[in-house]
Design a protein. Structure first.
Length: 107
């Protein structure tokens, strides 16, 4: 976490054409938790959307019921457990691995 904050401080440099006030505000440590909180919210919404949307869309209620019951004969459970959940987790872990490796492209 400290490495990310230091990188963010280096990445956000005050502009030299008079717009440095906004950039100085963004450099304050109070802005970093807000940004990370918003990005976490976007990640959660995208993960839930990845589970619910597809060629056969399912509602949140159907997904929650399938998760609670875990009936192997239920087609909603089979689609979620064997298709959508592994795909979503694979995407999350692949993105995290690329970010750790430095392939985010923010430079």
């Amino acid at each position: 976490m400290r490495c990310f904050i230091q990188r963010l401080d280096v990445w956000i440099q005050p502009l030299e054409d008079g717009k440095g006030d906004l950039m100085k505000y963004l450099q304050k440590r109070a802005a970093i938790p807000v940004v990370l909180g918003c990005l976490t919210g976007v990640l959660i919404v995208a993960s839930v959307a990845a589970l619910c949307l597809g060629s056969q869309p399912y509602s949140l209620g159907q997904m929650w019921q399938a998760l609670k019951v875990q009936d192997p004969q239920d087609p909603v459970w089979r689609v979620m457990a064997y298709v959508r959940l592994p795909r979503m987790l694979g995407g999350l872990f692949s993105g995290a691995a690329l970010a750790v490796a430095g392939v985010s492209g923010i430079e």
